[in-house]
Ligand binder design. Sequence first.
Ligand code: UDP
Ligand code: MG
Length: 315
Amino acid sequence: MDAPVLYIVVPCFNEEEALPITADRLRALTDDMVEKGLISPESRIALVDDGSRDNTWKVICTLNGFDKRFEGVKLAHNAGHMNALWAGMATVCEKCDALVTIDADLQDDVNAIYGFLEKFKEGCDVVYGVRKSRETDSTFKRSSAQGFYKVMKKLGVELVYNAADYRLLSRRAVEALMQFGEVNMFLRGMVPLLGFRTAEVYYERGERVAGESKYPFKKMVAFAVEGITSFSNRPIRFVTLLGVVCALLGVAMAVYVVASLIGGQSAAGWPSLMMSIWLLGGMQLIALGLIGEYIGKIYMETKRRPKFILEEYRR
Ligand code: UDP
Ligand code: MG
């Protein structure tokens, strides 16, 4: 096999401080890989400007002007990390044999890409970069992230633990991913749905090279909610369960009420009131859960996800 054409896709939102450093490192990396014959000289670095409000696009244009290795993709408005990644992948997918997505702040060790390529050459279509530890993240970020992975697992969503959006995808894996029709995108959950041969490469996560995190608390919460509601109907089931529990309590209450009536120690109006509160409340919750179950089905249908992903077709 000829050296593969590798595209490195970098989403950038207000990254004017980090970009020059990042670009230098990625240039050095690709130079080295081309020299070693690991990738084709046609390989490129695609910088996606996610509607930045600072000089990010100017920086990208300058880079592109000096060195054809840098390509620029500009989004008209801030579409968010996931959409920026998607836009980058969709734009370059036809021109590459494989692509790597990496954040612009280089918190992820670029040298792991050597490992990615090795696995790709062994025939893997999806290679996850997995963090060995999270020492450089704040305690809050670390524990909230870990809690998130646990909740997702309980909700039955298949995720690769501690793997973020640093990964290699072969061209056919990207093409398969592009068949997903959903607008609410949670890439970390979607990539494992692809199937194909996968591998993991471990690396140490570092500090941001420059600038500040573009994920404030608000975006983190939105991201977590997105992840859960895009993949799981279980919160709806929980409502149904709650309803069943309430209804059962209602029955128990009925028994208790009858017993106190016979015992002659109940106030007027109290028995019927207590029973209706629990029974009705329970039944309402069950009904809500039931309706939710159908809405959940409709929701999943509207995603128009592919029913299968073709791995090979020999004729
Ligand atoms: N990013 C983006 N659009 C956004 C927010 C972030 O493209 O609306 C990019 C950002 O430029 C960076 C990556 O997503 O390349 C991850 O962001 P960041 O490093 O700030 O997140 P953190 O590492 O703090 O979770
Ligand atoms: Mg970061």
